[in-house]
Design a protein around this ligand. Structure first.
Ligand code: NAD
Length: 434
């Protein structure tokens, strides 16, 4: 199959590289010339474990290429995937669909034969209808089918998630579109492991939002249970394990922490609420989740201030980890941003380190001193705060940490340390829900 991927970001690049690894001919398109130049030169513009080797292998075997020329690649494609960004549109929370609509118009103009247009971006219900309308109006002679194929990969484990998905969701009301999609994904379900769920386009679109809203709810639920644990002297890790081993609940997404962030959950929960509002079908649970999670990030900032005796004016605070989770360089809506804002608002000076996130964080954070290591960040600090649980921060030399700190305080927002060990090293230990 000849596949064109419009948008070569976290989703487009990983999906394109994986499809080419299955033997398809893939062209990844992006309008960002610097991104395409980098990819052509063998440089991967994002940090995703394993991606560099995967891209290199498939480029060498001539199954994967990169271009800014959407027209030429669309003209010969069997399927064109739209994998452009759908960020929040300002204050009302609606998904900004301008990139999707723009891509649809460009695709329409470039089509020369029957083409399946696949929406892989996360989009509100009805976007497939809109894409269909745009293509028909732009190119009345076009022969095409619009399919929804939401993506469920997680940054940091994206290749494995793409190649070993729990399920593949395909939404289409057009048999020709469905047939092409089955052929594209055939290599994945040869072993019979990944079920392909075929459904209507609207159901597929909503499945993605409902899934993310449910996961955000699970995180927020355990975070509130963690607050209760702190009040009543329970340990949220035990409670989470105690409930998670119940198959009906499951152990994943039960790690209490500073609140969810990242490029998907915050914007997708807001977009779902907007759709719910427009459709007069309120999603009150998700409304509460969004409000609780927003407040939680600020509360984590206040927790650090309290750990420093209630005053951080002029004090240095060491932040370990800036990205919204480990193994990515993605800073979009990371909890670290709000936590640092609260600390800076109270007069703290921030010294931060992160193995991959520093470049992106420069665009969203001001007045942060970036350090090459946790040791450099900790020097003279009133507290060390673990915000992202990168492996590099999981087994720190606590004696060395204490010797560098002005005040011996470790705030562990990811619960990676044991209280006894930390206290034995002479540090005050503040964790989440314990
Ligand atoms: P991204 O911002 O990393 O990449 C989008 C790319 O599209 C950018 O490089 C941009 O330059 C390019 N682009 C925009 N308009 C274009 C056009 N007309 N022609 C060519 N290129 C164009 O975004 P992402 O994180 O890959 O997310 C893409 C979509 O996938 C979003 O809807 C997101 O919600 C969804 N999604 C993301 C993840 C994730 O973990 N990042 C997971 C599942 C689903």
């Amino acid at each position: 199959m000849r596949i064109t991927m419009i948008g070569s970001g976290y989703v487009g690049l990983v999906s394109g590289a994986c499809f080419s690894d299955f033997g398809h001919d893939v062209v990844c398109v992006d309008k960002d010339e610097r991104k395409i130049e980098a990819l052509k030169a063998g440089r991967i513009p994002i940090f995703e474990p394993g991606l560099e080797e995967l891209v290199k292998r498939n480029v060498e075997e001539h199954r994967l290429s990169f271009t800014t020329d959407l027209v030429a690649s669309v003209a010969v494609a069997d399927a064109v995937f739209i994998a452009v960004g759908t960020p929040s549109r300002g204050s009302d929370g609606h998904a900004d669909l301008s990139y999707v609509h723009g891509a649809a118009e460009e695709i329409a103009r470039a089509m020369k034969r029957f083409t399946v247009v696949v929406d892989k971006s996360t989009v509100p219900v009805g976007t497939g209808d809109e894409v269909e309308r745009i293509i028909r109006e732009t190119n009345p002679d076009a022969d095409f089918a619009v399919v929804s194929n939401p993506e469920f990969l997680r940054e940091g484990a994206a290749i494995s998630d793409f190649k070993h998905p729990d399920r593949i969701v395909i939404g289409s009301d057009d048999p020709r579109g469905m047939q092409v999609m089955r052929e594209i994904y055939r290599p994945l379900f040869l072993g019979g492991k990944a079920p392909i769920l075929e459904m209507s386009r609207r159901s597929a679109e909503l499945t993605k939002y409902a899934g993310n809203a449910f996961l955000a709810t699970k995180i927020t639920f355990i975070n509130e249970v963690a607050d209760l644990c702190e009040r009543v002297g329970a340990d949220v890790r035990d409670v989470a394990r105690g409930i998670g081993l119940d198959n009906r609940i499951g152990q994943k997404f039960l790690n209490a922490g500073p609140g969810y962030g990242g490029s998907c959950f915050p914007k997708d929960t807001l977009a779902l609420l907007k759709t719910a509002q427009d459709s007069e079908a309120p999603q009150r649970i998700v409304e509460a989740v969004v409000a609780v999670n927003d407040e939680r990030k600020r509360a984590m900032g206040r927790k650090v201030i309290a750990a420093c005796g209630g005053d951080v004016q002029g004090k240095r605070i060491a932040i370990l980890g800036l990205t919204f989770k480990p193994n990515t360089d993605d800073m979009r809506d990371s909890p670290s941003i709000e936590i640092i804002n609260v600390l800076q608002g109270a007069g703290a000076q921030i010294a931060a380190c992160d193995p991959e996130g520093v470049d992106q964080s420069r665009a969203v954070l001001n007045d942060v001193t970036y350090c090459a290591s946790p040791w450099e960040a900790a020097e003279g600090a009133a507290a060390v705060v673990i915000v992202t649980e990168w492996d590099a921060y999981r087994a720190l030399d606590l004696d060395r940490l204490k010797s560098l700190l002005a005040q011996p305080v470790l705030v562990d927002l990811r619960n990676v340390y044991e209280r006894d060990t930390v206290e034995a090293a002479g540090l005050t230990y503040i964790a989440v829900g314990r």
